[in-house]
Design a protein around this ligand. Structure first.
Ligand SMILES: C[S@@+](CC[C@H](N)C(=O)[O-])C[C@H]1O[C@@H](n2cnc3c(N)ncnc32)[C@H](O)[C@@H]1O
Length: 251
């Protein structure tokens, strides 16, 4: 099979020896699309992506006053969803590689009503700039897929959570139904890049679907959660497995 330029690029960036190059590429890509990221998310998901975030926060029964870390927070939609639940007594931190995404997020968190303490910092999921055993929740949505080391990123999330705390990851999944999977891939590989070019003039929306090819399926992510030591690991397939929510607990 002939590979596209972008497929070759993704393969190259996913090689162990090219971690630094991948991080620089991903950071530049998100800096470029930051201003259009939210509108693109709404377009690509048909407007339903906020429901997935709500589902995740509801599923973990996020408590009033909780301390939460949103890893790969981007423009902070998940952090803000959490902040609305923790209320003023909570703490919600966001960390991301891209200063452009964080800048957009900063503008949004200023408008959260009844806001908990909220702060953003630039940093890497693979090496979180937070002390161990501090948060009640460490969460990520659609970010860990783009990191240079998926198990390391999850184990960092587990490190910063206190015993009894929860780690969750919400991301694209691999649908089980073969026909649906074909349609889903057609959509991501053929429609999304066109919408991306039209609205954000960037190759990011060709890169992102390709990042799905190397992202492990739901059972493998579950196994990674278990291997790093998370307990009572479960996952929920959303939209026929097009999205998946993995949840695990630190004991
Ligand atoms: C697809 S966006 C998701 C943003 C947000 N979580 C959401 O659900 O809309 C992926 C984000 O992950 C960030 N990211 C990618 N690799 C990262 C890394 N190694 N460490 C921290 N952030 C990273 C990107 O800068 C980008 O903001």
């Amino acid at each position: 099979m002939v590979k596209t330029r972008i497929q070759e690029k993704v393969e190259h960036l996913n090689k162990r020896e090219n971690k630094r190059e991948k991080a620089a590429y991903v950071r530049k890509m998100f800096n470029e699309i930051a201003g259009r990221y939210d509108i693109m998310n709404r377009l690509i998901s048909g407007g339903i992506d906020p429901l997935w975030r709500e589902f995740a926060i509801t599923e973990i029964k996020l408590a009033d006053g909780a301390k939460v870390l949103d890893v790969c927070t981007g423009t902070c939609d998940l952090a803000i969803t959490a902040a609305k639940r923790t209320g003023a007594g909570g703490e919600v931190f966001g960390v991301d590689l891209s200063e452009g995404m964080l800048r957009v997020g900063l503008g949004k968190i200023k408008n959260v009503k009844n806001s908990p303490v909220m702060a953003l910092s630039q940093g890497r999921a693979e090496d979180l700039p937070f002390r161990s055993d501090y948060f009640d929740v460490a969460m990520a949505s659609c970010g860990i897929r783009n990191t240079t080391d998926i198990p390391k990123s999850f184990s960092e999330m587990m490190r910063v959570v206190k015993p009894g705390g929860v780690v969750f990851n919400l991301d694209l999944g691999h649908p089980k139904n073969k026909i649906f999977d074909k349609l889903y891939r057609f959509y991501f590989f053929n429609i999304v890049p066109i919408v991306g070019k039209l609205f954000s003039h960037s190759e990011a929306y060709s890169y992102l679907p390709n990042s799905l090819l190397t992202f492990p399926d739901q059972e493998t992510i579950k196994k990674i959660f278990e291997d790093i030591g998370l307990k009572r690991v479960r996952y929920h397939n959303l939209l026929g497995g097009a999205m998946a929510l993995h949840i695990g607990y630190k004991e």
